[in-house]
Write a protein that binds this ligand. Structure first.
Ligand code: HAM
Length: 428
């Protein structure tokens, strides 16, 4: 027997119901982004492999072991995007978008990482991300972070904590890297295999280790904030003051280093305890040198990405359902000539933005069964068209969620007015 075909491990189907909850949450996010002046950019899911190696970094978990990389039919090495920032920077350079003025972009869509799947960690997952180019000022960091705080308010999500840190300048990081190496070399035998490898390639990443046996060693390691350059320290202090002024609460986490190499200065994460091990819902930071590094004109930048699976999980934990709730009108009719007329009426009623959802019943069956299906579909209004109504050019309008049965038979042109009138009467 042929093997059963199933979705690829770690890649999820989004079924009706869930997709409406996602859409509702996404619409809230898009609203906040639009009010801050961000425009959408849509990019390919596939990019040249070299783009990710040169942006995220050769010695990061993502590039070393998590990318979906393949040779296409021309023999070119391509990769399914593991994140969005690299593609946005590539597109910005390619299309000459970085002209010195402020450029605010957002994107949304699937990302791919070959990680070990568990709750909140998938191989295809979805991000909403935003990137702002053209200012190195801490005011931009503060505005961007405050925008993410606004997300949680508009989504009705309590309990997310903001952690921030500064990674300093490239030079300060290089010096700090040396201090870290000296320290961890002194404790090399106590490190696990992964951290021993990181010691030579990317020692900052040891600070990110989740191995509990290393916690004490990491806690006693030299601290990054003590090695900041003066400019980065001033930038960070100003950011903290601005966040205070905006009423955005945060804690400084000196161990926050992030898993991608392009960051410098500000980094931040929004975390929750409500989702188990994968509690980072939204994360980002500054990458002031990346555009130039990829061949563009020097353009400071900051951005973040939010994991939609984790966001929707958190909304479910807090029983927040933001599915759009459109008014549903349900056409109940006798098959044949009545149904043909009902079809015409439904098409007219749906025309134009702001029109209700109008559902046709396509089954045979008596009105009772059709009314049951109307109820099950969540309809607020049934529009009944039987032989009598057809002959008289009328329709019977019945409210399905009213305190008591309310219905009126009216001319077919008067449906909208009658629904409005019946609803007004019911809510008196
Ligand atoms: P990241 O920290 O790799 O940053 O991912 C951002 C968010 O995407 C995470 O906090 C998490 O919510 C979600 N996420 C990441 N991996 C997975 C996964 N395997 N399954 C489910 N959700 C996941 C970036 O991607 C940067 N590009 C963010 C950024 C934009 N920095 C500056 N601009």
């Amino acid at each position: 027997m042929a093997a059963k075909l199933q979705a690829v491990r770690g890649m999820n189907d989004l079924l009706p119901g869930a997709s409406a909850r996602w859409r509702g949450a996404e619409q809230r996010l898009h609203g906040v982004l639009a009010r801050h002046g961000y425009d959408e950019i849509r990019l390919p899911l596939v990019e040249p492999t070299a783009l990710f190696a040169r942006t995220i970094g050769e010695v990061t978990d993502i590039v070393e072991k998590e990318m979906y990389t393949f040779l296409d039919r021309n023999g070119d090495s391509l990769t399914l995007r593991p994140e969005g920032t690299a593609g946005v920077v590539r597109a910005g350079i390619e299309h000459g978008l970085f002209q010195g003025q402020l450029l605010r972009l957002w994107y949304q869509g699937p990302m791919f990482r070959h990680e070990r799947p568990q709750r909140g960690r998938y191989r295809q997952f979805h991000q909403v991300g935003a990137e702002c180019f053209g200012s190195a000022e801490p005011e931009l960091d503060a505005e961007l972070i405050a925008m993410t705080a606004q997300f949680w308010r508009e989504l009705g999500l309590p309990g997310l904590r903001l952690e921030i840190n500064s990674l300093g300048s490239r030079e300060a990081r290089a010096a700090y890297r040396g201090h870290l190496q000296d320290y961890f070399r002194g404790h090399c035998a106590a490190l696990d295999a992964d951290s021993q490898r990181r010691l030579e390639t990317n020692p900052l990443r040891i600070l990110d280790s989740k191995n509990p046996d290393l916690a004490a060693l990491i806690a006693a390691a030299p601290s990054l904030p003590e090695h900041l350059d003066a400019e980065s320290r001033a930038h960070f202090e100003r950011l903290c003051a601005l966040l205070d002024g905006l009423g955005v609460a945060y804690s400084v986490n000196p161990r926050l280093v992030r898993g991608l190499d392009y960051y410098g200065r500000t980094v931040f994460e929004w975390v929750t305890d409500a989702l188990g091990a994968q509690g980072t819902v939204c994360a980002g930071g500054r990458y002031d040198t990346l555009v130039e590094q990829l061949g563009g004109r020097p353009t400071p930048a900051i951005g973040f990405a939010l994991g939609l699976e984790r966001l929707l999980d958190l909304l479910a934990v807090h029983e927040v359902d933001l599915s759009p709730q459109p008014a549903i009108w349900y056409m109940v009719s006798t098959p044949g000539a009545c149904r043909a007329r009902a079809l015409q009426l439904a098409a007219e009623l749906r025309a134009g933005p702001g029109a209700p959802v109008v559902l046709m019943d396509h089954a045979s069956g008596n009105f009772g069964k059709q009314m049951q299906r109307a109820d099950k579909a969540g309809a607020a209004v049934a529009l009944i068209l039987g032989e009598d109504e057809l002959a008289a050019g009328t329709v019977t309008v019945r409210l399905l969620r009213a305190a008591q049965t309310t219905q009126e038979t009216v001319p077919q042109q008067a449906i909208h007015a009658t629904v409005a009138h019946l609803i007004a009467k019911d809510s008196l």
